[in-house]
Design a protein around this ligand. Structure first.
Ligand code: ATP
Ligand code: MG
Length: 695
């Protein structure tokens, strides 16, 4: 079998070694230092290639060796994995609240026949291995000075209490529970409690409106909903329970009633007496949970039993209800966490994502805890009370591994270096990014200013659907390139195909697909297996289609170019939005950019760029020209924007991604066809853009 991933070919032109600052656009490689590589879990590209080769040639052997490190009540059967397309015609039916029936067109199974429990593997297994007194969660509140922590033993106690409460309220294996909580410790606690008893959690980001929440309630008909009365994010209080109440009323009108609403009292944001209450349905967490026993027997589940239901970010349209199962997801999140962050037991790990997104599932809760890591959970806004808060937190807890999103990196960059440089940050070892392509200039700032040019950056490309990292650097293993997600993780075979689905070799650019299966892959879209097949498996026969565009360079490195829907075709040149945006953002006065295509009489499509500027910089004709020149110089004249649209803010999903589909409508002046805007963080931004669209 032909196995190639590219890692290994390094031309030594324009390279710096970890520890040296990356100054200009011209630097191609950042080479791991000897010291870093010597302590890394994967120490060289040769070691990676050897493991990668085995993972592709013998996935069953590779993954069952890793899976054997976990606790299984019963080992899986002969077939470690099985993927069948069209084995049995019919529709999938996963029914919550009862038995689980699956009739797949597309059937995917990992560790089938195995019986395990992920909550047991996160907690009991680690406690038995001697980690009972290790801190599992450090919690930092919105207000500086407010904090808390739990050891692995204490965490298990609390998980068991919640699990017992849920059981007492009739929640059984296969039942759905909706969690609508901010980043309190109670959020991962509740996820682990559901998993302990085989209940399926559906975490809804606690920033969603009552309408979005009610849609999700109607969708999965939860036995119980868990929330808190209110939360403070920055200086603003958000009354979560009012939102939940409205959503419950709305779902009742649609025939779905909720009998139990468990409410965590968060007195910092709202006092108990001031909370609106419905006797009989609403129960205070603090009144009941502490009364339950701190032990709770584990419900053993099949490897293929659903673990959770989670909606995608909604960047490209109506969010999709992704279903992940237990065994493969467990093995995959644990392994990706360990290698992509070069995990060491002494690490203090902080991921800024909310548990309302997949990143918070795989890399706040399950991945780290399966490794027995100490995880920092931060409740508040990253720039509250000032733009240096993140670095104060890093210093307070001696954070070693900091995982965040490009949107935050860009915004902190805009706030100025002095907020960063006044902190120590000496504890940092590994930095990481997810959510969007990280622009090379943001990468450089993150690397030089935040990480003293000595921390590798893991730019992790993956999706809600993939469960865990797919293309990511392994720090220490091979040279990085600023802005590239580098090479595939073990077991992942990314391919780039053309419009006809033919695999492209060598240096190329096209549609990113994945050949074969990996353990973390999702199994269906909840209630809509047909959409699962048409969205992901029909576009290119024989492959999983990611929806993203990708370029592979001469050294085999992968560069995500944005959504394929966003690829712009200008006079026959296919231009990825990410590349034009990166060029714009490299201009010192440009803070953020979003690029879309618009119809153009001559060129077919023209390039329309929305830009936000660094604080205090006025927009001017001179700057407009300067921005265009920057793109011309970096990419070429064919990529020069036809229109620059100054924007005070960009429309983003609640997980911080730029929503280009809305910008496309604004650019083509189809103002009344904006589509689903329910996952937009700030809908006002759109009106602002429309007002400025003549400027
Ligand atoms: P929807 O599927 O509802 O449109 P979404 O795709 O934004 O929303 P997620 O699953 O949260 O929902 O995000 C996955 C997408 O995020 C990827 O397909 C990719 O476009 C982008 N992405 C994530 N990480 C990276 C990365 N490191 N580099 C480039 N793009 C990334
Ligand atoms: Mg997506």
């Amino acid at each position: 079998k032909h196995v190639s991933s590219g890692a290994g070919h390094v031309s030594h032109l324009n390279a710096v070694t970890l520890g040296e600052s990356v100054a200009a656009e011209e630097v191609d490689f950042v080479i791991p230092s000897k010291d870093f590589a010597a302590q890394a879990n994967i120490q060289s590209s040769e070691q990676y290639l050897e493991m990668y080769k085995r993972s592709i040639e013998d996935p069953a052997g590779f993954w069952s060796d890793i899976a054997s490190e976990f606790y299984w009540k019963q080992r899986w059967g002969d077939k470690v994995w099985d993927e069948n397309i069209d084995i049995r015609k019919g529709k999938i039916k996963i029914e919550l609240g009862g038995h689980v029936f699956c009739f797949f067109d597309h059937l995917l199974q990992w560790f089938n026949g195995g019986i395990t429990n992920i909550s047991y593997n996160c907690l009991d297994r680690n406690i038995e291995a001697g980690l009972g007194d290790k801190i599992a969660i450090y919690w930092e509140g919105n207000e500086p000075g407010l904090d808390d922590s739990l050891t692995y033993s204490q965490l298990r106690d609390q998980v068991c209490q919640v699990a017992n409460y849920l059981k007492d309220n009739g929640v059984k294996k296969g039942d759905a529970v909706i969690i609508y909580l901010p980043m309190l410790m109670e959020l991962p606690i509740t996820m682990l409690a559901c998993a302990r008893i085989g209940a399926i959690h559906s975490v809804v980001f606690a920033g969603f409106s009552a309408e979005s929440l009610s849609q999700r309630i109607i969708d999965c008909k939860p036995k119980v909903i868990i929330t808190c009365n209110a939360v403070k994010r920055g200086s603003k209080a958000i009354y979560l329970k009012d939102i939940v109440d409205a959503a419950i009323n709305d779902s009742a009108q649609n025939g779905v009633s909720i009998d139990v609403s468990l409410v965590y009292e968060n007195p910092v944001a709202l006092k108990r007496v001031d909370t609106k209450w419905k006797e009989g349905r609403d129960i205070w967490w603090q009144d009941v949970i502490p009364r339950y026993p701190t032990t709770c027997p584990v419900e053993w589940v099949d490897a293929e039993d659903p673990l959770f239901l989670l909606y995608t970010s909604g960047s490209t349209g109506k969010p999709k209800g992704v279903v992940h199962t237990t065994g493969g997801y467990m093995v995959y999140t644990a392994t990706t966490f360990k290698y992509a962050f070069d995990y060491k037991p002494s690490d203090i790990y902080w991921c800024t994502a909310d548990c309302g997104w997949i990143t918070g599932h795989s890399y706040v809760t399950y991945g780290p805890m399966l490794n027995g890591a100490s995880v920092l959970v931060y409740e508040g806004a990253p720039n509250y009370p000032h733009a240096g808060r993140c670095w104060d937190i890093v210093d307070k807890y001696k954070v070693t591994t900091f995982y965040t999103a490009p949107t935050l990196v860009r915004s902190l960059m805009r706030d100025g270096d002095e907020y960063v440089t006044r902190s120590s940050r000496k504890s940092l070892r590994v930095l990481a990014s997810v959510g969007e392509p990280i622009n090379p200039s943001a990468w450089r700032w993150f690397y030089n200013v935040v990480g003293y040019s000595r921390c590798p950056i893991s730019d992790t490309w993956w999706q809600t659907e993939t469960g865990g990292f797919m293309i990511t650097p392994l720090p220490g293993a091979w040279p990085q390139k600023p802005g590239s997600a580098t090479f595939p993780f073990f077991g992942v075979q990314p391919v780039i195909v053309d419009e006809k689905g033919a695999e492209l070799e060598g240096e190329c650019s096209g549609y990113l697909c994945v050949k074969n299966s990996w353990p973390g892959a999702f199994r269906t879209l909840y209630g809509d297996h047909e959409r699962y097949e048409t969205t992901y498996f029909k576009p290119f026969a024989g492959y999983y289609f990611t929806g993203d565009g990708c370029r592979r360079d001469k050294d085999g490195y992968h560069w995500l170019t944005g959504r394929v829907d966003d690829v712009i075709n200008v006079s026959g040149h296919r231009i990825g939005t990410a590349e034009v945006e990166s060029a714009l953002v490299s201009h010192p006065k440009c803070a953020e950019a979003a690029v879309v295509g618009v119809e153009h009489e001559v060129k077919g499509q023209g390039i329309y760029a929305f830009v936000t500027l660094v604080d205090g910089v006025p927009y001017s004709e001179e700057l407009r020209k300067d921005l265009i020149v920057t793109v011309r110089k970096q990419i070429g004249a064919f990529a020069a924007p036809d229109k620059i649209h100054w924007a005070p803010g960009l429309p983003k999903t609640r997980s911080g991604k730029i929503m280009r589909r809305i910008l496309r409508k604004v650019a083509s002046r189809q103002f009344d066809e904006l589509g689903d805007t329910s996952t937009l963080a700030d809908p006002n931004v759109v009106n602002q853009l429309i007002e400025l669209s003549d400027s």
